[in-house]
Design a protein around this ligand. Structure first.
Ligand code: 5RP
Length: 290
């Protein structure tokens, strides 16, 4: 029982001062529940509305590909520069220090590798995502792929149902396959399908006409980096995506396969959060590298 001695009547009611009802800073996210908004605000910086997500989930389908052979040596030193970490649960539990205190976008579909049928996946148990304190669950969606389209779209909406129960946002990750055109029409369609099925964030690829992809997607879009490019080209890619309305990047290879990954992720951060021009960011990269 609380001490009830000297219980004072309230006196400061601020009559005449309207209670502020703030909107939420992220596109399409105003009607989310508190826990969802809290997690989204951990992923996206509320001051800039943007995020630099560091993706190192590649091993879950590719094994120890270049740059992720030793996560402890190559990725952990980069964590301090990332706003959010995207990885699979095995790497999270075995190698990522919980004390790093970074929001986690958990790779939440599993079931195939590059050796077999890609995207023939199921989703992991949302309770495990909750145990890991995931800030989002990432689920691959292969729109346009005859064999796996239906399965991956049902994975997405099942993940959204499960995420709703725990307040965990879902990121729809648009796949690129050999049969899929890599243009604004395709990415616009795939991104919209993810959002319509309930994705709170969409990850897709930058392409010519990206403004349209962003405009018709009602939730924040982040772009993947894709295959390794020369650093200036990768910074240009990030710049063009941000200037076209992307809410951030979820980059892997263009960071961890760079000659100077720590310098590169900081330069990407300047492009994303400060609208730094690619040439200036490249200079920053070279200065930090030096
Ligand atoms: C694949 C992914 C990867 O995380 C994604 O492709 C990001 O990495 P990169 O920038 O190397 O393309 O989601 O499903």
């Amino acid at each position: 029982m609380a001490d009830l001695d000297d219980l004072r009547d309230g006196a400061v009611f601020g009559e005449g001062v309207a209670q502020k009802t703030e909107g939420f800073f992220l596109k399409g996210s105003n009607n989310l529940d508190w826990g969802m908004k809290d997690r989204m605000s951990r992923i996206f910086n509320p001051k800039t509305g943007k995020s630099v997500m560091l993706a190192f989930d590649h091993g879950f389908i590719m094994g120890p590909t270049s740059g992720v052979e030793r996560i402890d040596l190559s990725i952990l030193p980069l964590i301090e520069y990332a706003d959010c970490l995207m990885c699979a649960r095995g790497i999270l539990r075995s190698l990522v220090p919980p004390t790093s205190n970074k929001p986690i976008c958990l790779r939440s579909d599993a079931g195939s590798t590059i050796l077999t049928e890609l995207n023939n996946n199921v989703i992991i148990d949302v309770q495990d995502a909750a145990r890991l304190n995931a800030s989002a669950m990432a689920v691959m969606v292969s729109v346009g792929d005859e064999k796996t389209e239906a399965l991956t779209i049902s994975n997405l909406y099942n993940a959204v149902d499960a995420g709703q129960a725990y307040g965990i946002p879902v990121m729809g990750v648009t796949a690129v396959g050999k049969s899929m055109a890599r243009d604004a029409r395709y990415f616009g369609l795939a991104s919209r399908v993810c959002a319509e099925n309930g994705a709170n964030i969409v990850k897709t690829y930058y392409t010519e006409g990206f403004e349209k992809v962003v405009a018709c997607c009602p939730v924040p879009i982040v772009i993947a980096g894709g295959k390794k490019l020369p650093e200036l080209d990768a910074l240009e890619l990030a710049y063009k995506a941000i200037q076209s309305g992307a809410s951030g990047v979820d980059m892997g290879r263009n960071v961890f396969q760079s000659d100077a990954p720590a310098a590169m992720i900081q330069a990407v951060g300047a492009v994303v959060h400060q609208d730094m021009k690619p040439e200036e960011a490249f200079q920053m990269y070279n200065d930090l590298k030096g």
